[in-house]
Design a protein around this ligand. Structure first.
Ligand SMILES: Nc1nc(=O)c2c([nH]1)NC[C@@H]1CN(c3ccc(C(=O)N[C@@H](CCC(=O)O)C(=O)O)cc3)C=[N+]21
Length: 287
């Protein structure tokens, strides 16, 4: 058996095309959504990601507001830019590209953001709303994973999902989405303290591998027919992406997300969705 592909690139393109119509409708009401990005330092990877986000926004008709600070920027200088975007009506949603340079208190920066403009869905207020089942921006990668499964017809209702990794952006928050009544999955969260990871993985109908450990999920750990999502991004000595899933899993799994071309493009598409939805909420509140 060879796994069917969970095509993140094609699915992200479909989502962006749907969002284009919603942006057009907003513009007809006199609202142009604008994505802001705050990039601190000159890490080429971070710059590449930020540029990708602006390209996605341009594709759907969203305006771009780019702010860049040198790696030597102080806490106060970064916070001043956060305040500026909070106050800028042209900026309907924004992100602070992470990680911030050493010595910067990241949580203080993130807590200063206007939660109504949180495009990542990672503001403490957004995560709190998610726990409380209130509407608000959802974390992009978990939301992208749910959407990728849904649009490929993979059954989530009643499924046992095993998540590997307890990072804030994926592992910690995806269980909150998957265990809502609307998704109705059972979720096990595994991490480096898990005693017998292969035993947990073998129980899974769906595996979300988000540990950042190259080839952590081996073919013999996967139940035949399971859906496997490869979220990890490590690099080999040539700079090529190495995921958390061993290539041999393709012969065992029923569904597999490629990496690249799987979860990454979905993360970006759901970021665009958060910006559109924040603008829609703001437009509705102004009416
Ligand atoms: N505030 C904040 N929000 C983020 O969402 C955020 C962040 N900081 N810091 C860094 C990570 C990383 N991240 C990626 C998004 C898309 C791809 C992506 O689209 N990758 C492509 C291409 C990969 C390649 O070839 O390099 C793919 O998977 O096909 C990758 C990585 C968002 N992040």
């Amino acid at each position: 058996m060879t796994a069917q592909i969970l095509d993140g690139k094609a699915t992200a393109a479909a989502i962006k095309s749907e969002l284009t119509e919603r942006v057009t409708a907003l513009k007809a009401q006199g609202v142009t959504p604008g994505l802001g990005t705050i990039l601190v330092g000159d890490d080429p990877g971070s710059r590449w990601y930020v540029n990708g986000k602006h390209r996605d926004c341009a594709e759907v008709g969203i305006a771009s507001i780019q702010r860049e600070l040198p790696a030597t920027a102080t806490q106060e200088e970064i916070e001043a830019v956060v305040r500026e975007l909070n106050d800028d009506p042209a900026c309907t949603g924004y992100i602070v590209q992470l990680p911030l340079p050493k010595g910067i208190d990241t949580n203080r920066v993130l807590e200063l953001m206007d939660p109504a403009k949180d495009a990542d869905g990672l503001h403490p207020m957004s995560l709190g709303r998610l726990v409380l089942n209130q509407t608000g921006p959802l974390p992009c990668t978990p939301n992208g994973i749910v959407e990728l499964l849904r649009r490929h017809g993979v059954e989530i209702n009643g499924a046992h999902v095993v998540v590997v990794g307890r990072g804030i952006t994926v592992g910690r928050s995806i269980g909150l989405l998957l265990t809502r009544r609307s998704e109705n999955a059972t979720v096990t969260l595994c991490h480096t303290g898990t005693r017998d990871l292969p035993a947990q993985l073998r129980q899974a109908d769906i595996i979300v591998a988000a540990a950042g450990v190259p080839h952590l999920v081996k073919p013999e750990d996967v139940k035949p027919g399971a859906a496997v999502l490869d979220v990890g991004v490590s690099r080999d000595e040539n700079g090529k992406i190495v995921g958390d899933v061993h290539p041999g899993v393709r012969e065992v799994a029923g569904w597999l997300s490629p990496n690249p071309g799987g979860v990454g493009p979905m993360t970006r598409a759901l970021l665009v969705q958060n910006v559109v939805e924040a603008a829609e909420r703001a437009a509705a509140a102004a009416r």
